[in-house]
Design a protein around this ligand. Structure first.
Ligand SMILES: Cc1cc2nc3c(=O)[nH]c(=O)nc-3n(C[C@H](O)[C@H](O)[C@H](O)COP(=O)(O)O)c2cc1C
Ligand SMILES: CCCCC(=O)C(=O)O
Length: 412
C-alpha cells in the first residue's frame, strides 16, 4: 500500500508498509497526527507532513486524538472482558478467499437492494447513539453522508438530533431503530413520528433487555446527553451517584419484559416492515420468520451487550441456513474492510451495517469523514470483487471463501 504524502502543497508519493505503518500512530502516545480541518479532504499532519487517511483504522486513530476520553471510550468499548469485541474483528481474519481468475471484471456493479430499496452498495449505516458527542451536527451530518453515497442509514432511537431534523435535512432512504421503553406510549409515539417522516422500516433491537456492563463507561462515569426526541414526552435526565450514567438511564427506561408476543403489538402500531436486530441463533431466526418480520440482522451490538457471544460472522451461516431464503439476513459487527463485506456476502448476508467506522469518520471529519469511510469500504469491496472474479454482488458465492470449519472438514 502507498501512503500519499502531500508536502507543502506538492503531492509526493512514498512507500508505506501496508497495515504495518500503523506503528507510526497506533497509540495515543506516539500518534502526533492532527486533523486538518481547513482541508476539505481526509488529511492530517505528522510534524510538517500532511498525510491522507487511507483506511478505517486511521480514522479511528484520528477520532482517538480528537475526542474526549469519556466519549472515545464509550464509542469504542465493549462489554466486560471485551473478548467478543476482539473476536468480531479476528474472526474475519480467519476467513480466506478462493479467488477465481480469467473472468472479465472490466465492469463491476456493487448496487443492491434491501426490502425493495436500492443502494449503491451493500453497506449500510448501523444505528449508533449520540452522534453529537462525536461531531456537533450529529446525526444530520451522518444522514447527509449516507444520502450522498446512496446508502441506507438506520437512525438510532437514542439519536441526539430529532427524527424530524434528520428527515428534513436531506433526501435519502432511512430506517428507524427502536428500543421499547417501559413507557410503551413513548416508543409508540416515536415509531409513528418515524413513519410520518418517511422512514421506511423499523429496526427493533432485541439484544438489549438490559444494557451490557461496560467497564470503561463505569470508570469514566459516562454521562449520556439529553435526547431531544423525548422533549415534552419525559425527562431523560438521570443522575447516577456512581458508575455509568448511561447504564442508570437504560435500567430506568428499557422494558426488559419485551418478548416474542410483542411483535404483534409493534405490528399493530405501524405499517412499516420490521427487522429484528440482534439475532444470533438458528432457533431465534426460525422464530423471527414465524412471527412474520421482514428481515433479521445478525448482530451482537458491536460486542457491547453479552461478552462471549460468538463473532457475528461466525454465526451468520447458521442463521442464513435456518432462514432458508424466506427473508433477508443482514449482518453487522467488526466490518472494517471491504474484504470483510465480501466475506459476509459470501456467507449469505444480503448487506452489512457499519457502526463504529461511521463514528470515527464523523469525529475526524464530520460529514466528509463519514462519506470517505463509506467510499473507502465501497472501493475496497469493489477491488476485492474484481480480484475474486465477481462483477456484481450476485456473483459472490459461498465458494469464494474458506472458513475455519471448511478447513477442519477438509481434514476429515
Ligand atoms: C457507540 C455505539 C452506540 C450504539 N448505539 C446503538 C443504538 O442506539 N441502537 C442499536 O440498536 N445499536 C446500537 N449500537 C450497535 C450498532 O448498531 C451495531 O450493532 C454495532 O456498532 C456494529 O458493530 P461495529 O461497531 O463493529 O460496526 C451501538 C454501537 C456503538 C459502537
Ligand atoms: C440505552 C442504549 C444506548 C445506546 C446503545 O445502544 C449503546 O450504547 O450500545
Amino acid at each position: 500500500m502507498l501512503l500519499k504524502l502531500i508536502l507543502q502543497g506538492e503531492m509526493v508519493v512514498c512507500a508505506g508498509a501496508g497495515a504495518d505503518y500503523r506503528h507510526l500512530f497506533s497509540s495515543a502516545s506516539n500518534f502526533s497526527g492532527q486533523p486538518l480541518h481547513q482541508f476539505s479532504s481526509a488529511l492530517y499532519s505528522i510534524g510538517n507532513m500532511v498525510v491522507e487517511v487511507v483506511n478505517v483504522s486511521e480514522f479511528q486513530q484520528l477520532a482517538k486524538e480528537i475526542l474526549p476520553k469519556m466519549y472515545y471510550d464509550y464509542f469504542t468499548g465493549g462489554a466486560e472482558d471485551e473478548h467478543t469485541l476482539r473476536e468480531n474483528l479476528e474472526a474475519f481474519r480467519r476467513i480466506t478467499f478462493r479467488p477465481r481468475v480469467l473472468i472479465d471484471v472490466s465492469r463491476t456493479n456493487l448496487s443492491t437492494n434491501i426490502l425493495g430499496f436500492d443502494m449503491s452498495s451493500p453497506i449500510m449505516v448501523a444505528p449508533t447513539a449520540f452522534h453529537s458527542l462525536a461531531y456537533s451536527e450529529g446525526e444530520v451530518a451522518t444522514a447527509k453522508a449516507a444520502a450522498a453515497t446512496n446508502t441506507i442509514m438506520v437512525l438510532s432511537y437514542s439519536s441526539t438530533r430529532t427524527i424530524e431534523e434528520v428527515a428534513s435535512s436531506c433526501n435519502g432512504i432511512r430506517f428507524f431503530q427502536l428500543y421499547v421503553y417501559k413507557r410503551r406510549d413513548v416508543s409508540a409515539i416515536l415509531v409513528q413520528r418515524a413513519e410520518r417522516n418517511g422512514y421506511k422500516a423499523i429496526v427493533l433491537t432485541v439484544d438489549t433487555p438490559k444494557l451490557g456492563r461496560r467497564w470503561r463507561d463505569i470508570k469514566n462515569k459516562m454521562v449520556a446527553p439529553q435526547l431531544k426526541n423525548f422533549d415534552g414526552l419525559f425527562s431523560t435526565e438521570v443522575v447516577a451517584e456512581k458508575g455509568s450514567n448511561l447504564e442508570a438511564f437504560a435500567s430506568q427506561t428499557l422494558d426488559s419484559s419485551l418478548n416474542w408476543k410483542d411483535i404483534e403489538w409493534l405490528k399493530s402500531i405501524t405499517n412499516l416492515p420490521i427487522l429484528l436486530k440482534g439475532v444470533l441463533t438458528a432457533e431465534d431466526a426460525v422464530k423471527a420468520v414465524e412471527v412474520g418480520v421482514a428481515g433479521v440482522i445478525v448482530s451482537n451490538h458491536g460486542a457491547r451487550q453479552l461478552d462471549f457471544v460468538p463473532a457475528t460472522i461466525s454465526v451468520l451461516e447458521e442463521v442464513v441456513q435456518a432462514v432458508g431464503g424466506r427473508i433477508p439476513v443482514l449482518l453487522d459487527g467488526g466490518i472494517r474492510r471491504g474484504t470483510d463485506v465480501f466475506k459476509a456476502l459470501a456467507l449469505g448476508a444480503q448487506a452489512v451495517l457499519i457502526g463504529r467506522p461511521v463514528i470515527y469518520g464523523l469525529a475526524a471529519k464530520g460529514q466528509y469523514g463519514v462519506t470517505r469511510v463509506i467510499e473507502m469500504l465501497r472501493d475496497e469491496l469493489e477491488r476485492t470483487m474484481s480480484l475474486c472474479g465477481c462483477c456484481s454482488v450476485k456473483d459472490i458465492t459461498r465458494n469464494h471463501v474458506r472458513t475455519e470449519r471448511d478447513k477442519l472438514q477438509s481434514l476429515l
